[in-house]
Design a protein around this ligand. Sequence first.
Ligand code: 13P
Ligand code: SF4
Length: 382
Amino acid sequence: MLFQPPLPPVYGSLDASQLSARIAERKRQLGKRLVILGHHYQQDEVIAFADFTGDSLKLSQLAAAQKDAEFVVFCGVHFMAESADILTDERVVVVLPDLAAGCSMADMAAIEQLEDAWSQIADVVREPVVPITYVNSSAAVKAFCGGHDGACCTSSNARTVLEWALNGRTPDAPGDRRKVMFLPDQHLGRNTANALGWPLDSMVVWDPREELGGLTPEQICAATFILWKGHCSVHQLFTAKQADAIRAASPGTKILVHPECDWSVVQKADLVGSTEFIIKTLEAAPAGSKWAVGTEVHLVNRLANRFRGEKDIRLLSSIQCLCTTMYRIDLKHLCWVLDNLVEGRVVNQIRVDPETRRLARIALDRMLWLKAQPLVPVTCVD
Ligand code: 13P
Ligand code: SF4
């Protein structure tokens, strides 16, 4: 995680309405020079200032589409701002309002660990291994995948990307016996491969802290999927027991979860998909329907408030599943970066070095291209 220096004391003395008024004025002053992108997990008061909101895939597409803006202020986490920097023209300045807004999942796959894993696996297997990284990863990990004929994916298009990586290989047709290394989220990898019909015993989990990932050469050779031992600390708080308890207490409640949840939770779910998919599903849901949603609490609360009295929407867990790093982006930090931009100073710029950028761009461009294929959300019915 990067270090965020404390803000000047004046920001602590302004209340929410003063900060909001100042941000609105800064946006007016910067006009078309500024675009604010906001991920769905941001706080309501921050999302109110976003020009565009989206899940990781939509925000990547929006970043790539910015041709006129000088500044993209990314209200999200570090890997998203890095992707935006890679996908925008060199002249576009990408700013993350709080440098400490990282992602614990992305931190679970260091580039040195990936390079080490790759050379150990190469000693053991003879088939091609395609590295696929969830976009929740560092630019260096993305660059590694881009440089080794792999790609990035998001929770929206993981299925399409895995199909591409398998190059026609299905559970019933061995094809050229290629393997996929999926990182850093073992759950998205497992849930997506399983939704494509691959049994759980076609997957092994690579623990980067163990020699040979904690596996035997035979286990690696037999597997089709090598899943990195990483997870989201927020989504791992949802359990299958919670789904059972809600169904027993409130029959008819539909369970809708993000694919970063554990496989056992996904098996209990009626629908599984990205944050954008979750929003669209609840928008389309009939009046009177009941939903328990397994994703970050700010998004679930926003949807519950939006449809209050019409649809019954609640968090799947009874404990608050908060992404503490997304939460670091607040009005104070947003106001501070905009104040500086208006005064001609850039603070908290996220800049990826040219070589990493070049290779990571290959992986990200494949991700964006593969979105053009028909998307079938990962959907499991109990
Ligand atoms: P999506 O918004 O792409 O579904 O991702 C969720 C997430 O955890 C982002 O960090
Ligand atoms: Fe990372 Fe999970 Fe937070 Fe998303 S919700 S930014 S995966 S820790």
